[in-house]
Design a binder for this molecule. Structure first.
Ligand code: XBP
Ligand code: MG
Length: 247
């Protein structure tokens, strides 16, 4: 590393699509919640690919209502209805995750373990709701594993979700670090735009729903973290990617 190079001090992980391929479990949970509420919507994979352009589950439900011209007629305010529907979706989703519905993507467990062993700070910046983060981390890394992430920025903690930079700005503020000291791990164009907007260099591992997104501006694109390192240290490969972005 050059004498003047900026040292990597924190890795900021996105959750859905990056830590794990969770979006099929989300889609299933949305569809199950719709059924329970007596709503005749079923989101196919093709529908969901389009709907994912709207980040945030509640916002996604509203986007769908607008797209189909859904006539809401109830005494309940529509915001309350969406909140209740989404809260039930979160219960269904977290129950599935707790039962082991998804595992971490290749190389993620190894990178987290390397960070833990070497003292590299880890943080989370995600659009997904906080209970979803806890369910995934504990189901895949064990009870108490949230302690590995001293900073978790998630869901409604900011007003504007990805692709706005707010969630990454909040994460680096909470870390107390300059953006240049961090690297973001993301899977989507919305996530990339958010991280870059906060000045954070970004490594992309595209996921099943985002492989044809536009990743212009990414420091590196690799199918998985395991591919990035080819059997060597994944943390060293991520740090190298950060060093190249700062050069
Ligand atoms: C992905 C999202 C989320 C999830 C669903 O977040 O946009 O909305 O699809 O979770 P990220 P919620 O990639 O930033 O982790 O229903 O809780 O929003
Ligand atoms: Mg994502």
């Amino acid at each position: 590393m050059d004498a003047g190079a900026v040292k990597l001090e924190a890795i900021i992980f996105d959750v859905d699509g990056t830590l794990a391929e969770t979006e099929e479990a989300h889609r299933q949970a949305f569809n199950d919640a719709f059924k329970e509420f007596g709503i005749d919507w079923t989101w196919s994979q093709a529908d969901y690919k389009e709907l994912l352009k709207t980040t945030g589950g509640k916002e996604r439900i509203r986007a769908h209502m607008d797209a189909i011209g859904f006539q809401y007629d109830s005494a309940d305010p529509v915001d309350e209805f969406v909140k209740r529907l989404h809260a039930r979706k979160t219960e269904i989703y977290t129950a599935a995750i707790e039962k082991g519905a998804v595992d971490l993507r290749p190389g993620v467990r190894e990178l987290i373990e390397e960070c833990r062993a070497s003292g590299m700070t880890m943080a989370i910046a995600t659009t997904t709701s906080y209970p979803n983060v806890v369910a995934l981390i504990e189901a895949t890394l064990g009870a108490g594993a949230m302690e590995l992430f001293p900073v978790v920025s998630s869901g409604d903690i900011v007003r504007k979700k990805k692709p706005a930079p707010d969630i990454f700005v909040k994460a680096i503020e909470d870390l107390g670090l300059a953006a240049g000291r961090c690297i973001a791990l993301e899977d989507s164009a919305n996530g990339l735009k958010s991280a870059l907007g906060a000045g954070v260099a970004t490594l992309i591992t595209p996921s099943i729903y985002t492989h044809d997104d536009d990743f212009a501006g990414a420091s590196k694109i690799t199918p998985t973290l395991a591919d990035l390192a080819g059997g060597d240290s994944i943390l060293a490969a991520v740090a190298n990617c950060h060093a190249q972005a700062q050069a």
